[in-house]
Design a protein around this ligand. Sequence first.
Ligand code: AWU
Length: 448
Amino acid sequence: MENCSNDNFQVIIKRIMTTMKKPHILVVPFPQSGHMLPHLDLTHQLLLRGATVTVLVTPQTDPYLDPLRSLHSPEHFKTLVLPFPSHPSIPSGVETLQQLPLEALPHMLEALSGLHDPLVDFLNHQPPWALPDVILGGAFLSPWINKAADAFSLKSIYFLPINAHMISILWDVEHRSFFDEMEAATTASYGLVVNTFYELESEMVEFVRTKYLTHHRIWTVGPLLAVKAGADRGGQSSLPAEKVLAWLDACSEDNSVVYIAFGSQIRLTEEQTAALAAALEASGVRFIWAVRDAAKKVNSGDNSEEDVMPAGFEERVKDKGLVIRGWAPQTMILGHRAVGSYLTHLGWGSALEGMVGGVVMLAWPMQADHFSNAEMLVDELGVAVRVGENKDSVPDSGKLARVLADSVKDDFPVRARFMKLREKGMEAIKEGGSSYNNLDDLVAEMCV
Ligand code: AWU
């Protein structure tokens, strides 16, 4: 033993720790679909590696945990449900950001910081042996989670559902109130877990590790697979998943369907909806269109709401397309053999799901990190095609119709490059891949 280097010695200790003690992790996800769903997919991976997990939710987000409950024993998978803290700017009954416009983010974060005291009270009433070893929180909640972790000498490790490309942009923006506090708290923590894969952006991962994280610990663990592919993940839909699956199974041609969806936060305007409907009709493609439930025009005066879908559109295309209002079983749709392309806003979780599903992406970035995701995938890597500019732009229907029709052809120019990148992502999560090994290392680090 005396002649093995210190690094080898550390590796041996970690290996021994990994086989011996498994961590108890308190998971505190940020309640927004694009953050919470991948955070729970990560939790599933940690449970598979023998960890015990307690997830902190509020009553409205408790149903998100059902797929995990069905896969893991109550001995290893526990839930802590705390009341949603009231806040003057958050309507009562609202407990997730996707029920509000993105501008409500600061109010939502302020409200959630009200979970600090009830969490500390809960931990104070735990016997020492029942305390978690580490808190794995959504980085947006890091300022108050760090305080709770420090009070009990627990490790705090954070999760971000965005890529290193976007983290470098976030951290680089000169002093903005909310992100400043989050960056300082995340940097001061024990480490950062990111839903990306090393082979996608290794230089950017090393840049973030060295420039922004004093702890220099960043685990790339993506693309995270959905806990239960195909199951509805957290929303009410106008169509049961079985009906959507039957419609897809009836499609005889592989890669012949375009899936159109813009995540859980975006709603198209009436003009954008009309332009997209005209393009779909003119293209003749088969499609599934997930329309957010509030994609409605609020009529002045009686404040009633009406659907912005053009009159008669669904009737005219009923042999070609399916319109889902509300929540779509997205991972099931993207993973189906019949679906060949995806008109998307490029929310990062959806982008990775498109990659896992092997569906070439037509990018219409709308807000937040969508633009940097489009820069990387469209401009730098050439594995996706831009078809829209931003949340105010209206696409030219004729041009869009042609791209939609081309996107489901085998010789669509970006498809070959896209499938090569997909292969790297799928290798990363296989046993022995970079993301797989990082998940092993993360569990081991939680115990030391
Ligand atoms: P997605 O990545 O699309 O995130 P958003 O919902 O757009 O929300 C951050 O998430 C992004 O980087 C932000 O820019 C912002 C935010 N889903 C589903 O199953 N059915 C639906 O009808 C709608 C959504 C699932 C989808 C994905 C998640 C949304 C990370 O965009 O499968 O897992 O909800 O993720």
